[in-house]
Design a protein around this ligand. Structure first.
Ligand code: ASP
Ligand code: CP
Length: 328
């Protein structure tokens, strides 16, 4: 069952207006999006938005691929795209409150794509904009350490393409490695994978950065099978999918040098890649530091560049499904 974080994510007619958390999507809503993304990648014509629809990308945290793929996706649908990334060029610099600045963007846009550090502030935006005469579509492009739901959607697209999501093929095993505590991509991907009960999990965390108790409770509540272990080499031999990511050290907490050394010991080298079954897929949301040796990029099990490439079409399919409400 899908779970909305607040009623304001939907329009009065029940259609989705704001995609802010991974748990809003379930297999029944995800799979048609992924099929549509495949069609778009094969050259299908995107379903355009009404003329003069405006999209604003407000990115208050750094980004390369999410920003670009959303800018291209919105452009492909016919949105006029503008962005605010360097806050020193905005009127925030003149003392404008976040509330007023965001309200201004909402007044000027049919679609807002937002990356910033506070998930609560994002939910406030969704609630407050629902009262406007023309509530804009809101898409979360990363909200602090908690959520990055469209990254999960593009990760799931790679898992689907690599035949990991078909329960009729038998159980599948995912191994998550590294900073499992502060990673929004891990949080959102775990939430979304709860919809596929044939997937089991092994967590190989950097010491002190294991999955939070509340996340483990959520897995228990859904009856998911999981284990936490320290032996990456052993875990790899049984993996159908592996998910790595960099230390999320911008959020602080713990000893960064010790964490860096611990993550170095978990680096995916060509030798480690050879431990994986041939059908396995390895994913990383990128950017990477030292978690993956670039010498493995050509290995057929490497999925990270495929995710970047195909992610643009998945995001186009998502935006297409969130068309602006027609004005009455
Ligand atoms: N790009 C992803 C994010 O914004 C992962 C990362 O930065 O490590 O969450
Ligand atoms: N995966 C991801 O979100 O990359 P960026 O931070 O570069 O957008």
């Amino acid at each position: 069952m899908s779970m909305d974080p607040c009623p304001e994510v939907r329009r009065p007619d029940g259609t989705l207006r704001a995609f802010v958390e991974a748990r809003q999507l379930v297999p029944a809503t995800i799979l048609p999006l992924l099929e549509r993304a495949e069609a778009l990648a094969a050259g299908a014509e995107p379903k355009g938005v009404p003329p003069a629809s405006a999209a604003t990308l407000l990115f208050q945290q750094p980004s390369t691929r999410t920003f670009l793929s959303f800018a291209h996706a919105a452009g492909a649908l016919g949105y006029h795209v503008a962005d605010l990334r360097d806050m020193s060029t905005t009127s925030f610099e003149k003392g404008e409150s976040q509330e007023d600045g965001w309200r201004t963007i909402a007044e000027l846009s049919e679609l807002i794509i937002l990356r910033q550090p506070s998930h609560d502030a994002l939910l406030d935006l969704v609630r407050s904009t629902s009262k406007l005469a023309r509530p804009p579509i809101v898409v979360n492009a990363g909200s602090g350490p908690l959520e990055h739901p469209t990254q999960s959607l593009i990760d799931v697209a790679t898992l689907h393409r690599r035949k990991m999501l078909d329960p009729s093929k038998g159980p599948r095993h995912m191994v998550f490695v590294g900073d499992l505590q502060r990673s929004r991509t891990v949080n959102s991907l775990l939430d979304i994978l709860l919809g596929w009960s044939h997937i089991t999990f092994t967590f190989v965390p950097v010491a002190g950065l294991g999955p939070s108790e509340c996340r483990l409770d959520a897995l228990r509540a859904m009856g998911c099978t999981f284990e936490v272990c320290a032996d990456l080499d052993d875990a790899l031999t049984k993996a159908d999918g592996v998910y790595l990511q960099r230390l999320q050290d911008e959020y602080g907490g713990g000893d960064a040098c010790r964490h860096e050394a611990a993550l170095d010991a978990l680096r995916l080298t060509p030798e480690r890649m050879d431990r994986l079954p041939e059908h396995a897929v390895v994913m990383h949301p990128l950017p990477r530091r030292k978690e993956i040796d670039p010498a493995t990029d050509q290995d057929p099990r490497a999925g990270w560049w495929e995710t970047v490439h195909h992610g643009r079409f998945v995001r186009t399919a998502l935006l297409e499904s969130l068309q602006p409400a027609r004005s009455s």
